[in-house]
Design a protein around this ligand. Structure first.
Ligand SMILES: [Zn+2]
Length: 206
């Protein structure tokens, strides 16, 4: 049966998502901590994200305290690791544009994005909270959250990672704010919309 799987995305050929991937060189490295329940649930949106970004690592688990791969990455990025997670002490990234439309804001300027790393948790709100509580190595990280006002195109399944956005969307919006580049990640959001329509067309047929 393996010959029926796409070599790139490892999905059945008829649901291959490679037409939706794009190549983006992200300056800020991305780590996705994925709850085991999400592996079969995210319906390829995380694969789409991971295959489109040049620097994206997905680690599956629940308690990451002793996770060697994560701890190694935390050592590498040290104090320049940020966790996108709604928290009372989280810094809300600002969405303010100059007249030329570029993002220029003091809040975002306080974050040192050079050789930085952004961690996201891919889980339902409840499971994300559990991952955060269990994973003690995440507690001391600087937490960031997105401002309100981003629209979600996640038609398939609602998770509440951040503002009801999918992990892919939350990641793209956070990177665009941190890297102060609104257009860079727009194509992936557009591809994600098409990807959702593609999945919906399968749902309607079955
Ligand atoms: Zn494929």
């Amino acid at each position: 049966m393996s010959r029926l799987l796409c070599q790139q995305c490892h999905r059945p050929r008829k649901t291959c998502i490679c037409q939706f991937t794009t190549q983006i060189t992200n300056n800020i490295s991305v780590i996705i901590l994925q709850h085991p329940n999400e592996v079969s649930q995210t319906k390829g949106s995380l694969t789409l994200l991971a295959n489109s970004l040049s620097k994206c690592t997905v680690i599956v688990g629940e308690d990451f305290s002793e996770n060697e791969q994560l701890n190694q990455l935390l050592t590498t990025y040290n104090k320049k690791t940020y966790l996108l997670y709604p928290h009372e002490k989280a810094i809300t990234l600002a969405l303010e544009r100059t007249e030329k439309g570029t993002i220029n804001n003091q809040v975002n300027n306080t974050i040192n994005t050079e050789n930085a790393c952004l961690i996201l948790i891919d889980a339902t709100w409840k499971k994300a909270y559990r991952i955060f509580m269990l994973s003690k190595n995440l507690h001391s990280l600087t937490k960031l959250q997105l401002p309100q006002g981003f629209k979600s195109y996640y038609a398939i399944r609602k998770t509440s990672v951040s503002n009801g956005l999918s992990t892919l969307e939350a990641c793209c919006y956070a990177l665009s704010l941190l890297e102060k580049n609104e257009t860079k990640y727009q194509l992936l959001i557009e591809k994600f919309k098409l990807f959702n329509q593609f999945l919906l067309s399968f749902q309607k047929r079955s």
